[in-house]
Design a binder for this molecule. Structure first.
Ligand SMILES: [Zn+2]
Length: 169
């Protein structure tokens, strides 16, 4: 495993529509392992392949909040698609590893169902809500060339120290 460089705006890969994965071989396994290591090193709670300059539809998400009763989860999802959005939405403050020093408030669906494949090509559905659902929506936007700053209000510059304390994705 290796920590890869995280690309930042205005790198064009962040604006490209990422390509579906068809081959679940060694290259994909390496990519996922490296993405998990890169996310942890950042540190962050989610990462999309375009953020490491690979224009493929792969995301990783790792989160826990014991005080809020959210257990540790680690997902690697290939070709993820959100197949259901709740009508209910919630606002939350987001930051992004590829948009350093900026935060903003984004409205997201409160609950979603994600359909995708695990790293070995097995299909699965996942229903999730709250902060984890927000991370998934942020990462899947990355696969479509969308950044949180496209959707955010009250965008503010923050110091790198403050940004580092946030759950960046
Ligand atoms: Zn991001």
């Amino acid at each position: 495993m290796a920590v890869r460089e995280i690309v930042v705006v205005p790198h064009p890969v962040l604006r490209a529509v990422a390509k579906p994965v068809k081959d679940f071989g060694l290259e994909l396994q390496r990519l996922i392992d490296d993405m998990i290591e890169t996310m942890r090193a950042a540190p962050g709670v989610g990462l999309a392949a375009p953020q490491v300059n690979v224009s493929k539809r792969v995301i990783v998400v790792e989160y826990e909040d014991p005080e809020a009763g959210i257990p540790h989860v680690l997902y690697a999802v290939v070709n993820p698609k959100i197949v259901r959005f709740s009508k209910e939405t919630e606002w939350g403050v987001e930051g992004c590893l590829s948009v350093p020093g900026v935060i903003g408030e984004v409205e997201r669906a409160s609950e979603i169902v994600v359909r995708g494949y695990d790293r070995h090509g097995k299909p699965f559905n996942l229903r999730t809500d709250g902060w984890v659902a927000r991370i998934f929506q942020h990462e899947i936007d990355h696969l479509n060339g969308v950044l949180f700053t496209d959707k955010a209000v009250n965008i503010q510059r923050v110091s790198p120290e403050l940004a580092a304390e946030m759950d960046r994705v």
